[in-house]
Design a protein around this ligand. Structure first.
Ligand code: FSX
Ligand code: SF4
Ligand code: F3S
Length: 396
């Protein structure tokens, strides 16, 4: 069924043109549209509408402002490991003003901004990257002689929508960390319009891309929560979908970087992982389109809660998280099990014979992924039993 639908779409002239434009195969283009529709939680069949919109809808004009930040949002968007992501984003929007990417400078670039605002009055999307300093009349961040507050208000006035990209623009992020000498905050504190926020430091470029896909397809942005975050991306705690969750539930924790638990891929809660109090989809969509294992926890570092106001850059990195859903019960198993306890050597030898072959291949994969401790345990047991069996018999 899916195959048939794909075949029909693959021969659509608009899809063929879009795939050519993006230098993707038609199938990859359709796969992307299907994945975007699934990420947005759209009903089956919506991928055709998404594909049609991405292929044919006029690209919305985007004015992109930079304030107090590190430009990591733009960097993460452009330096995605997989070039397709960047290509897709730049294909779907008409980037009419962007200080980092513009070749022009000075008055020329200011003129381009005003021209785009005039030409697309009431229709352009304003994207803001970076926090807005308000202290001392906003003197800590000026572009072309105007303060960040002035610029954001001027550009927001005729914008069809405002998107705050990154935690800095969403709620102040890193620059707003105490003592916050420039008095900076998120965009929503200085304008009266609703702001769609895509927090993260940097934010996942796929969440921005998917938000734009929704806008192209339906002419409106996806549903957001009380903080303006698209629900498709920020309605679940990282902890709910974490690949180390089974270790958390079983009471297996890394207690120090590089210790046995850390090497085995145990839960990072005791190292300060903020996954239990951070809403984001990093564990589900990974990061930067670079494939398996590319998000902080999979790399062995606790989540620092970079998307979450009051957590990221606010709580010490190694402070344990507030568990929103439940606390580990006192009945959880011991954190470090003793190898081989409870099994006789004979039983271990039988186990070695039975699981040895399976665990050999399985454990290698699991070790590479750093995900499973079970297979690793079985491999160690099998090796110990084999060594024991090969030992010369002791003299009596
Ligand atoms: Fe940097 Fe963006 Fe962090 Fe902030 O991302 S990655 S400091 S969220 O505004 O450039
Ligand atoms: Fe994953 Fe962190 Fe939750 Fe552990 S505490 S399961 S590492 S999100
Ligand atoms: Fe940030 Fe945590 Fe995701 S640190 S990138 S919210 S895993």
């Amino acid at each position: 069924m899916q195959e048939q639908k794909f075949e029909l779409l693959e021969n659509d002239s608009n899809i063929i043109a879009a795939a050519d434009r993006l230098e993707m195969s038609r199938r990859d283009f359709l796969r992307f549209c299907t994945a975007a529709a699934a990420t947005l939680g759209l009903p089956a069949g919506a991928e055709a509408a998404v594909a049609e919109a991405v292929a044919t809808k006029p690209r919305p004009s985007v004015i992109w402002l930079h304030f107090q930040e590190c430009t990591g949002c733009t960097e993460s968007l452009l330096r995605a490991e997989h070039p397709t992501l960047e290509k897709l984003i730049l294909d779907m929007i008409s980037l009419d003003y962007h200080e980092t990417l513009f070749a022009a400078a000075g008055h020329q670039v200011e003129a381009a901004r005003l021209q785009a605002m005039e030409k697309h009055k009431g229709q352009y999307i304003l994207v803001v990257e970076g926090a807005i300093p308000a202290k001392d009349g906003g003197v800590y961040c000026k572009v072309g002689g105007k303060t960040a507050i002035e610029l954001v208000r001027e550009c927001a006035a005729d914008a069809a929508a405002v998107i705050a990209i990154g935690s800095c623009a969403s709620w102040g992020g890193m620059p707003s960390t105490g003592p916050n000498p420039t008095g900076c905050s998120g965009v929503n504190k200085v304008i009266d319009k609703p702001v769609i926020t895509i927090p993260g430091c940097p934010p996942n470029p796929y969440n921005f891309l998917t938000t734009v896909v929704h806008y192209l397809t339906y002419g409106r942005f996806p549903a957001v929560d009380a903080l303006g975050r698209p629900k498709f991306a920020y309605s679940r705690l990282i902890h709910e979908n974490c690949e180390r969750r089974a270790h958390f539930d079983a009471g297996r924790f890394a207690k120090e970087f590089g210790d046995e638990g850390h090497r085995k891929g145990y839960c990072l809660y005791k190292l300060g992982c903020k996954g239990p109090e951070t809403y984001a989809n990093c564990s589900v969509i990974l990061f930067g389109d670079a494939g398996a294992g590319t998000w902080p926890v999979a790399c062995g570092h606790p989540c620092i809660g970079c998307t979450e106001q009051g957590v990221g850059f606010a709580k010490p990195i190694h402070q344990t998280a507030h568990i929103k859903t439940f606390s580990p019960p006192a009945t959880f198993p011991r954190i470090v099990e003793e190898q081989g306890k409870g099994a006789t050597l004979g039983a271990a030898a039988v186990l070695a014979a039975v699981v040895g072959v399976a665990a050999g291949a399985g454990a290698r994969v699991a070790k590479n992924l750093g995900l499973s401790h079970e297979a690793e345990e079985a491999r160690l047991k099998a090796e110990a039993a084999k060594a024991e069996a090969e030992k010369p018999a002791e003299r009596v």
